[in-house]
Design a protein around this ligand. Sequence first.
Ligand code: SAM
Ligand code: SF4
Length: 432
Amino acid sequence: MNEYDSDRIYDIAKNINYKKTNNLSEADCYVLNTCHIREKATEKVYHDIGRVKKEFRNKKKPIIVVTGCVAQAEGDILLKKEKYIDAVIGPQSYHLFNSTLLKLEKESNKINFTEFDVIEKFDNLNRFKNSSSSVSSYLTIQEGCDKFCKFCVVPYTRGAEFSRSVKELFKECKELVENGTSEITLLGQNVNAYNYEGKRLSDLIFEISKIENLKRIRYTTSHPIDFSKDLIDIHRTSKKLMPLIHLPVQSGSDNILRNMNRKHDIHYYLDLISELKKSNPLIEFSSDFIIGYPGETDKDFDASYELLKKVGYINTYSFIFSPRLGTPAAEMKKIDNKIAKKRLEIFQREAERIKMKYRKKLFNKKSTILFENRSSRKKDEFFGRDEYLNSVIVKSNENLKGKIKDVTITNGNQNTLFGEIISNSEKKDFAA
Ligand code: SAM
Ligand code: SF4
């Protein structure tokens, strides 16, 4: 979501003649877009600003703006502690970006915009064309969260659930496709809670599928309790919707799920997986796990480990519990860090083994790849992704960027698969 937000911030700033630069030393303005989901986020801000300070020693300093959830959660503290920062702008106030910059160009008063006005934000952002021209682009359709899992800062930093209108999303999708996008990932902290005047995520997917040159649709991140029947069904009927579902579970133990306030148990979660598989047997799953949550016993951890093996996730993101100030779990008694680290190591080793076993099954088989870029190191190599988001590299003298081709996977490792193009395999037509 921060990638999408960063692009939109740039779309806004372009209107007052700011341009992107890869050369830090020539920047007039430095925007640090931050994430607050796990610890060290604030330290990273100070560290990064230290780097800018060093670069601009004995030179006129650039305007420094901190955006994102660290700005939202710790705005005043940041401004007080690091005088080099000129403004903090929370995620719901990006539409005030240009007026902030124009003010700061003239005077050096500190500015803090961390109000929650998500309707005003999107009403204003809609005025700025989305200029992303990537083959694969993100599109935020929903923000915020009403679930209040006990470990999570999102409800406090991104506010209550809000869904953008189908009409404005269709328009933004079309703009992206006209700029060269072939794949769109619909984003939301709880993307399947999307609900605009009764229109649900499946309705939105159905609508945007009508855009001819849009070839692939994905969505992330889903909460298990928001998987409605229509969403399960559209995985059977839509040819554009990719068969990988990111379905965070956090823990395999009912006790821990209850203590996290996740609102479902493992029985429900496994039933949902089997319903989705029934709808489309090609679906694979990825997930998030929190290891070492307060109160996690060996038995609770074993339940997470067993779930990992049972579902056979093709990808997992696992992290040690990180207490976030202001959340209920931050007040709970932490488990021994050494134990948590050991559990994470055991968990990740098994997750990698499962992932590699799955990847080996792809060798010598056909995959369909959407190519995103030419390799920056080797001119005759192209990078793309298969339907399950696996990264694939092939050699080709033809420019493959934006094309969809069938590829035979020849080999690969944990991060990348390598393949060869099956000749004359370009995919042209997709039915909605
Ligand atoms: N809404 C999604 C859901 O309910 O599954 C997840 C969105 S959250 C922004 C992304 C992931 O960050 C979570 O799935 C969780 O695993 C991880 N996360 C959030 N808070 C955390 C914390 N305090 N410590 C460790 N991991 C955390
Ligand atoms: Fe955070 Fe997701 Fe829980 Fe919302 S549902 S509080 S975003 S983990």
